[in-house]
Design a protein around this ligand. Structure first.
Ligand code: 13P
Ligand code: SF4
Length: 303
């Protein structure tokens, strides 16, 4: 089947099944092109919560589909590639987190949405890269346990007067971007602004003109009078950045900024998922209810 025929068949099935296609900003270009809504983790979970579709086809990684299932238990959530995981999310387990909580009794756990539903269920509140500073600073406590991303944790700690207990997790994709490579690129392109995701190493973030979530990057680059940008996040972001800013140039900070999990989902996978109505991601109620509490607390905080 040709790509255009696959796209047409996907659109037909989406209508027939009353389904909505959500795609993260890191998905392959052709997947973003066909999506009803693209966005960052926070934006997509909010869309999942408010859609009146019966079926959510989630083009992203496993924890994102779980969040959609937590927020929309009455809907069928399809994750076209069940093997699309997030290595950072896998760096924290419930047992290890409970052991850390025991070491710091009474200290709230702030959990980045890049985590399993089970870990969210034993957390006090979730955050995304778009709202992490607001979430942490909204808490009355003087200390927080921040899991699993040590880099995002350090980024937030710089904008908060609370004491942080970090988890030693990280994103292998963002961690591959090195400060010396960024410094060289900046020297070679003195007119370009360097924008990066807070999942980057703190030494990289220290070189940034602006660090923000993936959707924050779209806003920033659209509004900025600058004409050239060095981008320190996953390569998929370039698709919409270039589409929305035809007069501007975007340079990926490293060819290593490709998340293999985010690149798994193909048009063929989406078509197969819609045809067979599988694989389904469904979070069991005993995990969903406490996990939803942590997500709802986050969503209640204005963006
Ligand atoms: P955003 O929350 O900025 O969409 O990022 C999610 C993610 O997986 C980053 O690696
Ligand atoms: Fe996980 Fe990093 Fe891939 Fe995002 S880019 S899904 S944090 S491995």
């Amino acid at each position: 089947m040709q790509a255009d025929d696959i796209k047409q068949e996907i659109r037909r099935l989406l209508k027939e099944r009353n389904a909505v296609l959500l795609a993260h900003n890191y998905m392959r270009d052709e997947v973003q092109e066909i999506a009803d809504i693209t966005g960052d983790s926070l934006g997509l979970s909010q869309e999942a919560a408010k859609t009146d579709a019966d079926v959510i086809v989630f083009c992203g990684v496993h924890f994102m589909a779980e969040s959609a299932s937590i927020l929309s238990p009455g809907k069928t959530v399809l994750l076209p590639r069940l093997d699309a995981g997030c290595p950072m999310a896998d760096m924290v387990t419930v047992d290890a987190l409970l052991a850390m909580k025991e070491k710091h009794p009474g200290v709230p756990v702030v959990t980045y949405v890049n985590s399993s539903a089970a870990v969210k269920a034993v957390s006090d509140i979730c955050c995304t890269s778009a709202n992490a500073v607001k979430v942490v600073n909204s808490l009355p406590d003087r200390e927080v346990i921040f899991v699993p991303d040590r880099n995002l944790g350090q980024f937030v700690a710089k904008q908060s007067d609370k004491t942080f207990h970090y988890w030693d997790g990280y994103c292998p994709t963002h961690e591959r971007l090195k400060a010396d490579a960024v410094a060289r690129l900046k020297a070679d392109n003195p007119d370009a602004l360097f924008i990066c995701h807070p999942e980057c190493n703190p030494a990289v973030v220290a070189l940034a003109d602006h660090a923000c979530s993936t959707s924050g990057m779209y806003d920033y680059c659209r509004k900025s009078p600058a004409k050239r940008f060095i981008i320190g996040t996953e390569a998929g972001i370039l698709y919409k950045l270039r589409q929305e800013n035809p007069g501007k140039e975007f340079i990926l900070a490293s060819p290593a900024l490709v998340c293999p999990n985010m690149k798994l989902t193909s048009l063929e996978d989406i078509l197969a998922a819609l045809t067979t109505m599988a694989p389904v991601v469904k979070v069991p109620e005993e995990i969903r209810i406490p996990a939803k509490r942590a997500l709802d607390r986050m969503i209640a905080i204005p963006r």
